[in-house]
Design a protein around this ligand. Structure first.
Ligand SMILES: *Cc1c(COP(=O)(O)O)cnc(C)c1O
Length: 455
């Protein structure tokens, strides 16, 4: 299997090369050249455990990694989860189920992609030699998950920028209390956007990038997308026939990476009926799926900070399919959006047939939902997952993806229901020293820091 770019101006890449590159050289995102049809294998797949299913699925794509190696990478990635099933499907009522994706090391769904990516990087380093320095910017969950995907891996340095005072105290501890000497939590004076701008500038310096073998960790890596397809498949296989027929997966969404993975799986012969894109008050995607207009607005901080995004980077992959796999049309649409802040989808009628519904939740609604879900089901949802519980369709089965443990957001939960959920791994962090590096939000400061500490 080879991988092409959404923008149509990149030679097809192998899986390993596409993962190593992250972004395609033409600025686009990698996608499989063709999607396999898994329809005939679902009965066999239903007999597999999580790691077995993940291996079977990935072996259709990572065809340049020997099977034994791939199996070991998958086993190592999902044995880091605290629940043997990795993704846990729970029924709350006859019509409502949750898919808990927070049993990984950092208690958010990003562990599914980043545990695997960390092990793939380690394997590539072993095969190709040399060292690697990974750089990322985070508003919280991605940085923690990336750090825990790469923790203690030899020949690997990891540098994560985050805005001082704007990630939650526990998220900061997950990044800054690891005790690992290959991890550097860089707190910058500025916003998440400032951190991202600095990161872009540092990575754009080709000489510097080559000298320190810098690699970006962000939400668009191909391996993350493919790893995320697996839990939809695993959950769908565990639904009974009645639930399967009408089930909709409801996905708390920011960068569109998670929900896109499920939607792609539905194009591989797995008959999933629909997806609901659940945003917070930063509702560009909700507006798009109701009107066909993709119009950027200001980012407004919310109770669900990992979804405080206006230009969803993985949306480009959806565009590629919606625009008939035509890289030129993708470039034109993105160009128009960049120039004017708006893009209108002329064929929206067809896209609404793509199986998406949507919702948006304000902060007061998030608090209200946390209280209601607790009252109705005795179940505590985190503020991101809460967005998924907005206006569930009573006439069909909903599988709501629980993207983070409520224990990561104790303040919001306490305000809503008067209880503070805890988790042993977070409690353990509270006694550890914070090791972080305060630096100015400038590319030169980051370059200087990285050149002193890079492996
Ligand atoms: C990252 C994140 C999301 C949003 O996922 P996308 O792939 O960006 O749509 C939702 N919830 C939590 C807890 C997250 O960390």
């Amino acid at each position: 299997m080879r991988f092409i770019s959404t923008r149509g101006q990149t030679e097809p890449h192998s899986f390993s090369d596409a993962v190593a590159a992250g972004l395609a050289p033409d600025g686009g995102l990698f996608l499989p050249e063709s999607l396999p049809d898994l329809g005939g294998e679902l009965d066999h797949f239903a007999t597999l455990d999580y790691a077995g299913l993940c291996f079977e699925f990935l072996s259709r794509f990572a065809t340049d990694i020997p099977a034994g190696t791939l199996r070991a990478l998958v086993d190592r990635s999902y044995s880091a989860f605290s629940h043997p099933e990795a993704a846990v499907l729970r029924r709350l009522s006859s019509r409502v189920l949750v898919l808990e994706l927070f049993h990984g090391p950092t208690l958010a769904f990003k562990d599914f992609g980043l545990q695997l990516l960390g092990n793939i990087y380690e394997n590539q380093r072993r095969v190709r030699g040399g060292s690697i320095n990974v750089l990322g910017a985070t508003s919280g969950d991605t940085g923690a998950a990336a750090i825990h995907g790469l923790l203690g891996k030899p020949g690997t340095g990891i540098f994560i920028l985050y805005p001082e005072g704007r990630v939650s105290p526990l998220q900061e501890r997950q990044m800054a209390c690891t005790g690992a000497d290959n991890v550097f939590a860089l707190s910058i004076d500025g916003t998440f956007d400032d951190a991202q701008a600095v990161l872009k500038e540092v990575l754009g310096d080709r000489t510097f990038q080559a000298r320190h073998k810098l690699s970006a960790v962000n939400s668009i890596n191909l391996s993350r997308l493919l790893a995320q397809c697996v839990y939809y498949l695993y959950a769908w296989l565990r639904l009974g026939p009645e639930d399967r027929a009408g089930a909709e997966f409801v996905v708390p969404t920011g960068n569109f990476g998670n929900v896109l993975a499920g939607w792609m799986l539905s194009r591989m012969g797995v008959p999933i009926r629909g997806f609901k894109v659940a945003t917070n008050q930063n509702d560009i995607l909700h507006r798009f799926f109701t009107t066909g207009e993709y119009r950027v607005g200001p980012v407004r901080p919310s109770f669900a900070p990992s979804m405080d995004i206006q230009a969803a980077s993985n949306f480009e992959r959806f565009l590629y399919y919606a625009l008939g796999g035509d890289g030129a049309r993708v470039r034109a649409a993105l160009g128009e959006f960049k120039a004017s802040g708006t893009w209108r989808f002329a064929d929206f009628g067809n896209a609404s047939g793509a199986g998406f519904t949507s919702s948006g939740s304000t902060d007061p609604e998030i608090s209200g939902i946390i209280a209601r879900v607790y009252r109705e089901f005795g179940y505590i949802v985190d503020p991101h997952t809460a967005c998924g519980f907005k206006d569930l369709d009573p006439g069909r089965t909903s599988v709501v993806l629980a993207t983070a443990s409520p224990a990561k957001f104790p303040e919001t939960i306490r305000a809503a229901i008067g209880l503070e959920p805890t988790h042993p791994s977070l409690e353990a962090l509270k006694g550890l020293p914070i090791v972080k590096y305060r630096i100015p939000a400038s590319a030169s400061a980051v370059r200087e820091f990285v050149s002193q500490r890079a492996v």
